[in-house]
Design a protein around this ligand. Structure first.
Ligand code: ASP
Length: 339
């Protein structure tokens, strides 16, 4: 019988309303199990690892991502797949981070959670949990059907590093507009075979080192030299710059000079778009040609979540800014499409 490891980190799925204060607070995994007797009927063995401190995912951080990666590494040979129960607020960040940390992954790592606690009558948690387990356990010709880090939510499976939380009140909490869904659940569970990454034969390599300190420069019309300088001069090696449209920025000389000085001083600046759909095309407009010339990295169609965690991952491994830039612009785990 195959074996699935459920890793419980927290999130609404395992919360209960405190009768006195009406505030949602985490409960332990045994209480979750009590709400899902169906778990007994699965055709796989379930092992559970519950984090000592159960958290709302707004308290997630890179140190916990390293622990998660370590847990996956420690159990990789003995289980067939992983289901990670996680709050939806930062699920796309954790899934993106894990996708970079787990090189040559050949087993499913499926994140899920819910918008309503598992004990609520109208909960979305049971379907999310049961189908996530089914996906983690799905095999064809003895090979995992989804050897990827993915998010299962509201009947859809998304590539983790392509998704983001777009709705805080609908059950349909996630989207991945720049990449097709990997599977859809209805009467049948249908896998989009051609969109799922297939691993080679290399062994799993786990990169636990992340450089947590990165900065974000989100542009808006009229942003002043004082604000830009404050961010560019902060003591970080990597900056995510959220730009307009297809990667465009102001062409004001002071702005370009400040970016150039930052790049020349060894900082890596990554251009991603504020648009959720479409891609950065450095050099398409005059307003992005200068960025290319001064050495800004092209983020193509990466999500904000993938950009931040990829920067943390690369800065944690590599010293040379040129090399970091080169990897940022390379498709490492299916997180970007080079147009
Ligand atoms: N605040 C919760 C969390 O991210 C929301 C959720 O679980 O959906 O932990």
């Amino acid at each position: 019988m195959s074996q699935i490891l459920i890793i419980y980190t927290g999130g609404t799925i395992g919360m209960m309303s405190d009768p006195a204060t009406k505030v949602l607070k985490p409960i332990n995994f045994e209480q979750i199990m009590d709400n899902v007797p169906e778990l007994e009927k699965l055709n796989c063995k379930i092992k559970v690892h519950s984090f000592e401190e159960i958290i709302d995912s707004s308290n997630m951080n890179p140190a916990i991502w390293s622990q998660l990666a370590g847990l996956i590494e420690a159990n990789y040979e003995t289980v067939d797949g992983f289901v990670i129960l996680h709050g939806s607020d930062t699920m796309a960040f954790t899934a993106s981070a894990l996708s970079f940390m787990l090189e040559n992954l050949a087993k499913p790592v499926i994140f899920t959670g819910s918008q309503l606690p598992i004990s609520a009558i109208r909960t979305d948690a049971k379907e999310n949990l049961m189908t996530a387990i089914e996906i983690a356990n799905a095999k064809k010709n003895d090979k995992a059907r989804v050897p990827e880090v993915a998010i299962y939510f509201d009947y859809k499976l998304f590539r983790g590093n392509r998704s983001f939380k777009y709705n805080s009140s609908k059950f349909e909490a996630f989207r991945s507009p720049n990449y097709p869904i990997l599977a859809e659940s209805g009467v049948h569970l249908r896998f989009s075979v051609n969109d799922i990454r297939q691993p080679g034969n290399e062994p799993l390599i786990v990169h636990k080192n992340l450089m947590g300190d990165v900065a974000v420069l989100k542009l808006y019309p009229g942003i002043s030299p004082k604000v830009v300088e404050t961010i560019l001069s902060s003591d970080v090696r990597g900056i995510i710059m959220e730009t307009f449209g297809a990667g465009n920025t102001s062409t004001d000389a002071w702005f370009i000079d400040m970016l150039k000085n930052a790049v020349d001083s060894g900082k890596v600046i990554l251009d991603i778009s504020q648009c959720k759909v479409g891609t950065v095309e450095l050099g398409r407009y005059e307003t992005s040609k200068l960025l290319k010339d001064i050495g800004i990295a092209n983020g193509y169609d990466m999500t904000y979540e993938a950009a931040v965690t990829k920067m943390m991952h690369l800065l944690g491994q590599i010293k040379d800014p040129q090399e970091v830039k080169q990897y940022l612009e390379t498709d490492l785990r299916g997180e970007l499409t080079i147009s």
